[in-house]
Design a binder for this molecule. Structure first.
Ligand code: CTP
Length: 215
């Protein structure tokens, strides 16, 4: 049902260097984004996958695979490719901040506490929300507090068609596990509560919702 549709999917964490041997990152495994890419290919889509560092093998049959490290690199890759896409799914866990200065040499141990100054990274999804023309835009939200309210704000602020919300406090949801428990919040105010399921099955559920927006 996705024959010849162009999907741009981002996955995994980003990695923000401090010095040649250290970086700041998060627990994202990339499993959700890779599952989406795999299922979309199986359903006939032309898929570009932009991925931060993961231990996963990119699914067979991608049109393009772009490996990035930092949020800034992901921003550039997404902005280069989104105009041709019919659908953009932003499942990556983008670091919101990165070290202000990247030291050329390894930072040596000191006898006092250390401070790292961080600068804000671009919000890729929010920028897409501003620039999008006809594209269907899908985001993810990872929340631990005021879960619904925060996700609803993201849906509006980032101008999305729908947002897939993980409550990270629920067992079997969120980062690194094979399953997920989500709610899908649509721009028309509908909220769907999905039961706990494998990320591969959730990928198909998400694609079904996207398909209904393409009709
Ligand atoms: N996102 C993005 N660029 C960023 C941060 C987030 O594109 N710099 C995208 C993610 O890919 C995800 C959505 O925005 O689809 C929500 O990410 P999340 O981390 O839940 O929210 P934030 O916007 O970072 O807000 P907060 O950290 O305050 O929860």
């Amino acid at each position: 049902d996705f024959k010849d549709k162009k999907l741009l999917i981002t996955a995994g964490p980003t990695r923000e260097p401090l010095d040649p041997v250290r970086f700041i990152t998060n627990y994202s495994s990339g499993k959700m984004g890779y599952a989406l890419a795999e299922k979309a290919v199986q359903r006939g889509a032309k898929v570009t996958l932009i991925s931060g560092p993961t231990n996963l093998t990119p699914p067979l049959g991608l049109s393009k695979y772009i490996a990035v490290d930092t949020a800034q690199e992901m921003f550039q890759a997404v902005m280069e490719h989104f105009t041709y896409a019919d659908v953009i799914i932003k499942s990556a866990a983008v670091a919101d901040f990165s070290p202000k200065d990247i030291e050329q040499n390894k930072i040596k141990k000191q006898d006092f506490n250390m401070r790292i100054e961080l600068k804000k990274n671009p919000d890729i999804l929010q920028e897409l929300g501003k620039r999008k023309t006809k594209q269907i835009l899908v985001g993810f939200a990872a929340e631990t507090t005021e879960v619904l309210e925060n996700a609803q704000n993201k849906l509006k602020r980032k101008n999305l068609d729908f947002i897939v919300m993980n409550n990270l406090t629920e067992e079997g949801a969120g980062f690194a596990v094979d399953s997920n428990i989500v709610k899908i919040l649509h721009k028309d105010g509908r909220i769907e509560e999905l039961s706990k399921m494998l990320k591969k099955d959730l990928a198909n559920e998400i694609l079904d919702r996207i398909y209904s927006y393409m009709l």
